[in-house]
Design a protein around this ligand. Structure first.
Ligand code: SF4
Ligand code: SF4
Length: 227
């Protein structure tokens, strides 16, 4: 899932205080799971903005709502016309949602209420950890299912640096050394010898270093073109 955190309220207020008619729009998928931008958070944030506006004697009409996903047309189609009537949409989806809506809503600005951070898992309630960097060419088959790109502080591909210390990363004792985890996991799987195979130089062109990426699912595109 995509993980993010709601921006500090003071920062949000600075963004929105000049607008009269504001819609706080949540997204009920990833960002709702990490308690940053679902319908409950949209409701709470809208209430905070109303109170702040009243305290500051600023005339502001604040509404709130949420759709299931802010990254797909089908969820925006029923609400887009209505959203375009606001002076500002404060989206508390991830940055994908803000980009996606900005390209469709016309003259209404869409501002981000969330800082989008990473692709992660939820090992226990309220705890999110980065597990994948979206590199475009997955090597987890070679590293025991542990990502050296997202989980090693230096994204090292060839084994640990000299700072690895009793399973911890030199960057912080709170961070497990990814390469320690990789070695231990590969020992457990009986595949440690794979680490001695020399890999060809990695092609990073499929990562974000190669510019914005697109994925086309051919059979879905063919269906669309026939309609
Ligand atoms: S190797 Fe790439 S695709 Fe695979 S988990 Fe790591 S960042 Fe994600
Ligand atoms: S100590 Fe481990 S996780 Fe930290 S930078 Fe070095 S190899 Fe990467």
């Amino acid at each position: 899932m995509i993980v993010g955190q709601q921006k500090k309220f003071d920062e949000i207020w600075e963004m929105v205080k000049g607008f009269r008619k504001v819609m706080v729009l949540g997204c009920n998928t990833c960002i709702a799971v990490c308690h940053a931008g679902g319908d409950k958070e949209a409701d709470a944030l809208a209430s905070m903005l109303k109170i702040k506006a009243a305290n500051e004697k600023v005339s502001m009409d604040v509404s709130h709502g949420a759709i299931q996903r802010q990254c797909e047309n089908e969820f925006f189609t029923p609400v887009l016309e209505d959203l375009a009537k606001y002076d500002l949409v404060l989206s508390i989806a991830c940055g994908v949602g803000v980009n996606f809506l900005s390209a469709r809503i016309g003259k209404t600005p869409v501002y981000p209420g969330v800082n989008t951070q990473f692709f992660g898992g939820v090992p226990k309630p309220g705890f999110f950890e980065e597990l994948c960097g979206g590199c475009g060419s997955c090597v987890l088959n070679l590293t025991g299912g542990i990502c050296p790109i997202a989980r090693c502080s230096k994204s090292l591909m060839n084994g640990p640096c000299g700072g690895t210390n009793k399973g911890k990363c030199e960057v912080s004792q709170d961070i497990d050394c990814a390469w320690f985890l990789i070695v231990e996991r590969m020992k457990q799987l009986g595949t440690l010898e794979k680490l001695f195979e020399v890999q060809p130089p990695r092609d990073w062109s499929g990562s974000f270093h190669g510019g914005p990426r697109r994925v086309v699912v051919e059979h879905l595109r063919d269906i669309e073109e026939k309609q």
